[in-house]
Design a protein around this ligand. Structure first.
Ligand SMILES: O=C(O)CCC(=O)C(=O)O
Length: 285
């Protein structure tokens, strides 16, 4: 018996590489998550930037809790079994009337993971619609093997290397992932997806959580992950602790060490040093 997804939703993930909408919290709870992010942004004088957008579950106790939410983990368990790691998290924030976009890509391209048993839970803190730059995908494209990408480091591209797929995408097949606040989509690591800019009058905020079974390893260097459910019999990753308060100095130091090391994997071969390197992030919001 699946724990949260219906058999039809599991089938949809297998067939299309994506399933949505899946409600994982109330709209009020999603608004509370947004408020916690925006309280921090008010205190620091602007939108969350650079490496603070990555592995943020090590910096903020409320995100450490979010990645362990029962509803999310039950759905991920329905796809990948009971022993689960959270490999990474990324904020995808598109400001109101802003040209930031995400090019068509497969997540697996630069992650260095040993097999494509990885799923992203994209949790909507605001609504995501065609009007504010929601994610789009090509159904069934997760069945493709890894396809070639080119790095563009394009102005306004929210991806680390501005990577884009180097083969033709049949736009006529595209589907838009429409979500209400507090819903999530689940997409496969090989799914071809992207998203256009947000021309609307409000921000579009998504928190992407990358989950995988403990059998997956990192093959491009040393790496860490958080055990969020079950047992890790493989120990392919250094296991990360859970923060009990926001911006704990010990966790800030840990986050710095881990994101710097992680950037070496994600930017390998480019000459870019990390998430805060101006060459990579000059135009990143
Ligand atoms: O938030 C977006 O528009 C794109 C997110 C994305 O590419 C991802 O979560 O892998």
């Amino acid at each position: 018996m699946p724990k949260l997804l219906s058999p039809q939703q599991i089938e949809q993930f297998r067939e299309e590489g994506c399933v949505y909408p899946v409600r994982v919290m109330s709209e009020a709870e999603a608004a509370h998550y947004r408020a916690q992010l925006e309280d921090f942004e008010r205190q620091t004088g602007g939108p969350l930037k650079g490496d603070l957008r990555h592995k943020s579950h090590l910096l903020f106790a409320w995100l450490g809790e979010l990645i362990r939410r029962r509803e999310i983990l039950d759905a991920v368990e329905d796809l990948y079994g009971p022993d689960l790691l959270c490999w990474s998290t990324n904020f995808f924030i598109k400001e109101a009337r802003n040209p930031a976009f995400v090019s068509w890509h497969q997540d697996s391209t630069y992650w260095g993971l040993s097999k494509p048993d990885v799923v992203t839970a994209w949790v909507a803190f605001t609504e995501a619609t065609e009007a504010n730059g929601a994610m789009e995908y090509i159904p069934g494209s997760h069945r493709l093997d890894q396809v070639p990408h080119r790095d563009t480091f394009a102005k306004n591209n929210l991806l680390t290397r501005g990577q884009e797929i180097a083969v033709e995408v049949d736009q006529s097949q595209r589907r838009v992932i429409t979500l209400r606040p507090g819903e999530m989509s689940l997409h496969h690591v090989r799914l071809v997806h992207g998203s256009p800019p947000n021309p609307s009058g409000d921000r579009r905020i998504g928190f992407a959580v990358r989950y995988m079974p403990t059998t997956v390893a990192q093959i491009a260097g040393d790496d860490s992950a958080t055990l969020v459910r079950g047992v890790d019999r493989y120990r392919h990753f250094e296991l990360e602790p859970q923060p009990s308060r926001d911006l704990d100095p010990e966790f800030l130091a840990l986050h710095k060490r881990i994101t710097e090391r992680n950037a070496k994997i994600l930017y390998r071969g480019t000459g870019v040093a990390g998430f805060n390197d101006p060459k990579a992030l000059a135009e990143r919001v």
